[in-house]
Design a protein around this ligand. Structure first.
Ligand code: AMP
Length: 215
């Protein structure tokens, strides 16, 4: 399947993408994960992106499009891809439309995961992420705690709170979402690709996506 997962930070895009990957082998492409990997590795991209990320701002569109133009042409995308956290602005959506048409790729749908703000705030402040950039497994200290307090159950690395998951950065990220990303709902509605799913459970979201795609 070739889908975009749209939704505020903490809406569950990453969790749903992992479930879909396990289901049909489509690859999850998270621009946030790619950028965090670049920051950790200290690459030029990471150095440029870090300040924006720590403040809860968006990284410039040109950097993101450079990453995605390459990533979408890698072999593992042929089976399908789940875009998680991209596009995040109207210019990114417009550039993506051009890029997909150039590559001859047709999107199946855009799943807009709609979760109430209080649920999102609670999820983000209690979220923890594996510090191993190859893993980045997500935990929640209330509903899905790591092993022994702070160890990843998958790879054993330390599980941390992300710098952009302090209350201040979270408020900024949600404001940025409302201003820059929420308009994509209208954009994809016009394209005839949008399906809005009201769901706080990733299993329910998964089932709705599968039924919309008849898979
Ligand atoms: P995420 O893990 O998707 O919440 O992304 C973490 C941070 O990476 C965001 O707050 C942005 O600073 C940056 N980022 C991720 N994806 C994008 C994107 N498509 N456009 C701009 N910035 C992004």
């Amino acid at each position: 399947m070739k889908i975009i997962l749209l939704g505020a930070p903490g809406a569950g895009k990453g969790t749903v993408a992992k479930l879909l990957t396990a289901y049909d082998g489509s690859v999850q492409i998270s621009t946030g994960d790619i950028l965090r990997g670049a920051v950790k590795a200290g690459t030029p991209l990471g150095k440029e992106a870090q300040g924006y990320m720590d403040r809860g701002d968006l990284v410039p569109d040109s950097l993101i499009m450079g990453i995605m133009e390459q990533r979408l042409q890698e072999d593992d995308c042929k089976k399908g891809f789940l875009l998680d956290g991209f596009p995040r602005t109207i210019p990114q959506a417009e550039e993506l439309k051009k890029l997909l048409s150039k590559l001859g790729i047709k999107l199946d749908m855009v799943a807009n995961i709609d979760v109430p703000r209080d649920v999102i705030l609670d999820r983000l402040t209690t979220r923890r992420t594996c510090s191993n950039v190859e893993c980045q497994e997500i935990y929640n200290i209330k509903s899905n705690p790591p092993a022994d307090g702070d160890k990843c159950k998958k790879c054993g690395s330390v599980v941390i709170q992300r710098a952009d998951e302090t209350e201040e950065a979270i408020s900024k990220r949600l404001a940025t979402y409302n201003e820059k990303t929420a308009p994509l709902v209208g954009f994809y509605e016009k394209e005839g690709l949008l399906k809005t799913i009201k769901g706080t459970s990733s299993e329910v979201v998964l089932a709705e996506i599968k039924s919309a795609l008849n898979v």
